[in-house]
Write a protein of this length. Sequence first.
Length: 215
Amino acid sequence: MIINILGGGPADLLPELNNYYEADSIWVGVDRGVYTLISSGIQPDIAFGDFDSVSTEELTEIEKKVKHLEKFKPEKNETDMELALNWAIKQKPDQIRVFGASGGRLDHFFANVQLLIKPVLAGTETEIFLIDRKNIIFVKAAGKYEIKKMYEKKYISFIPVTLNIQDLTLEGFKYPLKDCHISIGSTLCISNELIRDCGTFSFSEGILIVVRSND
């Protein structure tokens, strides 16, 4: 099962959402993202939010069209996106894809990127991808991973989340590395590229944010 979550980020950064429909996928709306789904002809299976970013008329339409509506007060400890993501992780899907979570307010964007770390810290196998028109962002714990070339997103960056990344090795890249130590704050691994159809990256300690992007 794949869970697609749409937040209330700027519409001009959204990819074509209908390209992410699969038979085993479900859609989750978050705050204004619920209305965006409905307006795009996609039926949300469940929705979360305090809905302070929609008008009274839009909220009425949401309430009419969404059967499973989790409505919260604005005064709460979690963001709407975190509430939706917590629910999604509990469903134990194979993959979670998050849209409408970049652009706009930087505090929301940084918070959303941090939420990608949740399954890694919990030791679960669910992968979370934050996707917009120009970027795909995901998080990896220590291990060895295969990564395939994407011509529409040729740049690959590795950003430390933890203080240190130990033994980072990049194979099949334009700028390879071998057993390299990377400290948080380093820009050494920004804007790399694959030189083959497939490469690998591996490290023995730490957590990395991986960003695949285009100009």
